[in-house]
Design a protein around this ligand. Structure first.
Ligand SMILES: Nc1ncnc2c1ncn2[C@@H]1O[C@H](COP(=O)(O)OP(=O)(O)OP(=O)(O)O)[C@@H](O)[C@H]1O
Ligand SMILES: [Mg+2]
Length: 279
């Protein structure tokens, strides 16, 4: 059974079509990146999954239960893109509030573990209003993990984080994968998605325009060799051609300093998939 499954999911807000019939699945323990330009429908899809927005057509299921049902809501964790916690709570109190809301019996141990996971142990008694944006975002991630959900919806969880914070979240996602937690990650940070996600789904104007494992979407782009004469690109060459290219160059008296087998990056795949759709 999939952790999350959307079939023909559609949403209209008045005459705006936010989702035009989307099929998307997150398997057990899978980390899926949901990408797309501003307004593509990513947050709408996640809000439907969490039961915050009603779909106009199609279906969405969390752990086999209809999105929005008590069973579905009990099995997921959610970090909204534009969240705002009450400023007067400190980090520990905010997590305690969410433990009550989620019915978690993890107590002080769970709160300490979560603050540690997101690197906020030192800020346990700091009020939300006295935290930097990035600290609030890390607290938001900790909040989404209250009650050990098996499925997480993270809507741009690293948009406010510095490079160290992003790496912390990346290792956290890898740790969650080891624990078998399924994640749908909305992000505009393609290099980050490329590093952690098993699979990506690219939305544009409410429709899936590309989907697959990043290595399946990538295409060969040649072999690049650094020589005395500079960097040469052998455009039609593949990995298996590299030894002969190097042997030929060396045979011709050149020194070779570096060899790279090139593939399209996720950024190139993304730009190609949404090209023309956004203009
Ligand atoms: N509550 C709402 N009422 C009316 N229109 C809405 C509402 N929420 C979203 N929309 C519209 O639905 C479309 C999809 O919005 P959504 O927030 O899902 O996009 P997104 O992919 O998350 O974008 P971003 O990358 O900017 O977060 C947009 O055209 C948006 O203006
Ligand atoms: Mg969004």
């Amino acid at each position: 059974m999939a952790a999350f499954r959307a079939q023909g999911l559609a949403k209209r807000y008045g005459n705006v079509t936010a989702l035009g019939g989307v099929d998307l699945e997150v398997g057990e323990g899978e980390l899926v990146g949901l990408l797309g330009p501003n307004g593509a429908g990513k947050s709408t899809l996640v809000k439907i999954a969490c039961g915050l927005v009603r779909a106009s057509a199609g279906s969405a299921e969390v752990a086999g239960a209809p999105a929005g049902s008590a069973t579905a809501r009990a099995s997921l964790g959610y970090l909204a893109e534009l969240f705002r916690f009450p400023g007067w709570y400190n980090a520990d109190e905010l997590l305690a509030l969410h433990q009550r809301l989620a019915g978690s019996e993890g107590g002080a141990d769970e709160r300490a573990e979560l603050l540690d996971l997101v690197g906020l142990s030192e800020a346990k008694t700091r009020k939300v209003e006295d935290m930097s944006k990035g600290m609030q975002q890390r607290l938001g991630i900790a909040q989404s993990l209250v009650g050990k959900p098996r499925l997480l919806f993270l809507d741009e969880p690293t948009s406010a984080l510095d490079p160290v914070g992003r790496r912390t979240v990346r290792s956290l996602l890898e740790e969650l994968r080891r624990r078998g937690v399924s994640v749908l990650l909305n992000s505009h940070l393609l290099s980050e998605v490329e590093l952690v996600c098993d699979r990506v789904v690219i939305l544009s104007k409410g429709l899936v325009v590309a989907a697959g494992r990043t290595e399946e979407l990538a295409r060969p782009r040649g072999v690049e060799v650094d020589t005395d004469e500079g960097t040469k690109l052998f455009e039609s060459a593949r990995r298996e051609d590299a030894p002969k290219i190097v042997a030929d160059l060396v045979g011709a008296g050149q020194n070779v300093y570096g060899v790279r087998v090139l593939e399209t990056t996720l950024e190139e795949i993304y730009l190609e998939a949404v090209e023309g759709e956004t203009s």
